[in-house]
Write a protein that binds this ligand. Sequence first.
Ligand code: FBP
Length: 545
Amino acid sequence: MSKKSALQIARAAYSPKLPLGLQGNVSIKEGAPTQSVADQEEVKKLFPNTYGLPLVEFEPGEPQTYAPINVGVILSGGQAPGGHNVISGLFDGIKSIHPDSKLYGFILGPGGLVDHKYMELTADIIDEYRNTGGFDIIGSGRTKLEEEWQFEKGITILRELGIKALVIIGGDDSNTNACVLAEYYAAKEYGVQVIGCPKTIDGDLKNDQIETSFGFDTACKTYSELIGNIQRDCNSARKYWHFIKLMGRSASHIALECALQTQPNICLISEEVEAKNMSLADVVTYIANIVAQRAADGNNFGTVLIPEGLIEFVPEIKKLIAQLNDVLATEEAKLVARDKQIDFVKQHLSEDNLRVFQSLPTTVAHQLALDRDPHGNVQVSLIETEKLLSQMVAVELEKMKKQGKYNGKFNAQHHFFGYEGRCAAPSNYDADYCYSLGYNASRLIASGKTGYMSIIKNTTAPAVEWKAGGVPITMMMNMERRSGKMKPVIRKALVDLNGAPFKYFADKRDVWARYTSYVYPGPIQYFGPSEVCDKPTETLRYEQA
Ligand code: FBP
């Protein structure tokens, strides 16, 4: 084991808080049957065994005796702070059910289940990872679990290890696949339950039942600390415009939350760009006008927050990506050599899409056309939107200068904050939330549930008042077009332009643009007053107000 930092040693002693409903013996309260959020008939047909199940909630109850249970756990997709606490909560939960219960971790994501790579997670291993960031206890991966042969390979190893329940910790795609697996094992009567846990720093796995995905809190606080530091530097030297791209593949929740925490001069929200049908040129003009206004006030500096997924939301580029996805999903495309693919896609694009495609810098065009993750998503973290925008703003400002509309200096610095926040030591919020999600998953297992996601609600209240329970995953599904086919998927939560967090931001942004109103949040605190250490995100605070 590598050397530990002083904080890591002190933090290992932290006891995550649990909701009252999970402390001691529990009883389960079941609600009415549920429906999917849309496309009810199609989703029901695809999930005959796991559709329509009730919402459940745990309350303090009478003592019960259980047999030991073997459980498997998988970390799926991008890292998010708190994953180790989900696993330690699950471990403590199944041990409280019966001390002879065992926990097995599948190595490097869903691929570990298929390839039979696993390890038993014993108490001494778990203790090394309590309250730490990262997913390194067993590693994570993006293998898609969606084909029958994978499910069959999975059941072989699950039977060999006597595993009766599998917990999949992942985002919307991974939980969709968890539900497909739950349905398959239920239909085949294999006797293995599947439970999901809502993970992703992106914050887009949320709805009426899921208040937030874990990791969002810590990641946003980490980025906001860095943005605050940059803003202080920026306001000290007064000579740079900082273009800061923030992770969040699709939705702009991270950018919005960081804006609420730091009050930058500009924050773009992809969902608004789409709703207003803004072109890339419109976005550039919006930024350039603010730069010019600040320059007129003598302020040749500022900060711009850019959500990673922006490019996919600019309507003209979104249309282009949709056609690229369809073109690339054809059998014909799969036979084309990689170095011939650009020419191939160009031949298959409509006139409008071809014009947009050719107007993009070559690197961006190539990234849009070629690079996809295993779920078919454009790898937006590879696209340097922050540089693309600052270069286009510089050109626009030159034009404005010639027209006498701008007379300032424009020097840009570029940053991308993503990986910096995904493995940070979890904040108290994430440490408690994740531990509760994992512990709660053990209670869903003990209650015989499958096709459910572990949920903890009321999280802006003190932890003891949090509500623990489960939501049927099918309840969050609708049908969407993926890789050229209609598929059942959990609906992604984008920034709600009528929601309180965005409305607050929209109300303040003109003042933040013109005047320097920076806030400097500083680093996450683990020791000290509760209003500093246990503060939830601004997003949750406004949403729950
Ligand atoms: P998940 O949705 O799997 O949690 O991952 C989110 C994310 O962190 C995005 O914000 C980012 O675009 C992507 O992962 C980067 O993926 P990778 O780690 O494969 O580079």
